[in-house]
Design a protein around this ligand. Structure first.
Ligand SMILES: Cc1ncc(COP(=O)(O)O)c(C=O)c1O
Length: 393
């Protein structure tokens, strides 16, 4: 079947953050929103059908995840990522961010040092700080419009008694899909310093066709027991509101430690609709996903062409996956606060401020292009008009 991503129903009035929380977040409800990392696109038909069928039943009591659910995750990894996992490794969680918090609670103590690579998804900072751990940062290097890991800095930081690295692969917000050579280099450093890695791979299914996501743990050999992988169908299939994710923990002791936190917090049961959506997505969602990736890639190409020809003083950082573009506004010379004011008050657009992801993000904005093309074009035309007016002043 052919999916029509150009025509999507509006989301206003559904209590979604992206459209219905603008006033609370930006002080204005009349903005064009490309901020929150979910899609303004309808999910795969088999997911909608499975959810509707279950909803029709009318009884939604306590339920468990069946064996077919875990087999669906295993099958997904085999087909999409050429990685054979054991269903025993899979532990459930309501979300990836809660799971990262649980892992920090299970495997570290207050005062332990945790490393992240900035600019990065900011709930990583909150997870470290709110659990009273110490946050260390290693800046990624921006070179030739492309980000890379600063391995010298990583080595130096890891040698400061770091217990855990929270790794983002692919990387939000800079759009990198890490190469095998980069992953191996990173692993070698983690082995040398005996660091546990929490590898957040929630964006691993939205990869542009020339690139390939490699699960970090699949390369780790005997160190695999020290790599914990976090994933969910929530970004891939636009089902984040169903609150369902999973964690791959190959080592039985570490798995037990994580499970204990779930038991303590009475979190072993899941959301019925989250379970059903995952199984339908991972068994019947690939046709949709392949078409989605094509659509997102063409939106990205449209964004790059538009900015290159119409707003040449802006730069789109080269990306390899995710639907989150990282835009460099620094050539305009505004402070981070001035830039945010221009985008919201003059252009009347809601983007995510780059500085939210660390000081390296000052002068940048993150733009989510997982929306119908006409809407992306409307936003870009507005941005162009305002930036031209400002640069002519
Ligand atoms: C890197 C990363 N991890 C986790 C999440 C959110 O995960 P969850 O909604 O399952 O907590 C996001 C959402 O944007 C993300 O970008």
């Amino acid at each position: 079947m052919k999916y029509d991503f150009d025509n999507s129903p509006g989301r206003g009035g559904t209590n979604c953050y992206k459209w219905d929380f603008l006033f609370q977040k930006f002080g204005d409800e009349d903005l064009l929103p490309l901020w929150v990392a979910d899609m303004d696109l309808v999910t795969a038909r088999p997911i909608v059908t499975a959810l509707c069928q279950r909803a029709q039943h009318g009884i939604y009591g306590y339920s468990f995840r069946p064996d077919s659910y875990y087999q669906a995750i295993k099958g997904w990894y085999e087909r999409r990522h050429a990685w054979e996992i054991s269903t025993d490794w899979i532990v459930d969680s309501p979300g990836v961010v809660p799971a990262i918090n649980f892992a920090l609670q299970a495997y570290t103590s207050p005062g332990d040092r945790i490393l992240v690579q900035t600019p990065v998804y900011d709930p990583f900072f909150e997870a470290v700080v709110s659990n009273n751990r110490i946050l260390l940062k290693s800046s990624l290097i921006l070179e030739n419009n492309h980000y890379r890991i600063d391995f010298d800095d990583m080595k130096q930081k890891l040698s400061q008694d770091v217990k855990v690295l929270i790794f983002c692969s692919p990387h939000n917000p800079v759009g990198r899909v890490w190469r095998k050579s980069e992953l191996l280099h990173l692993l070698a450093l983690c082995v040398e310093h005996q660091v546990l890695v929490l590898s957040d791979e929630i964006h691993s299914d939205i990869i542009f066709p020339e690139f390939r996501h490699i699960p970090l743990a699949s390369l780790a050999g005997s160190y695999q027991k020290n790599i914990i992988t976090f994933n969910a169908p929530s970004k891939t299939f636009n089902v984040a509101g169903l609150m369902n994710s999973y964690v791959l923990i190959p080592d039985s002791d570490l798995r037990e430690g994580f499970r204990n936190i779930l038991v303590q917090n009475h979190l072993l049961e899941g959301n019925i609709f989250g379970m059903i959506a995952l199984e339908a997505a991972y068994t019947s969602g690939e046709e949709w996903l392949n078409q989605l990736i094509g659509y997102l890639e063409s939106n990205y190409a449209f964004l790059c062409d538009f900015i290159e020809t119409e707003i040449p003083f802006l730069r789109v950082i080269e990306m390899e996956g995710t639907y989150l573009a990282w835009l460099d506004f620094r050539a305009l010379g505004f402070s981070d606060t001035e830039l945010a004011e221009i985008i919201v008050k003059k252009a009347r657009i809601a983007l995510t401020r780059g500085s939210q992801y660390g000081k390296e993000g000052e002068g940048f904005m993150r733009l989510n292009f997982a929306c119908p093309r006409y809407f992306l074009e409307t936003v870009l035309l507005r941005l162009k008009k305002v930036l031209q007016e400002i640069s002519n002043q």
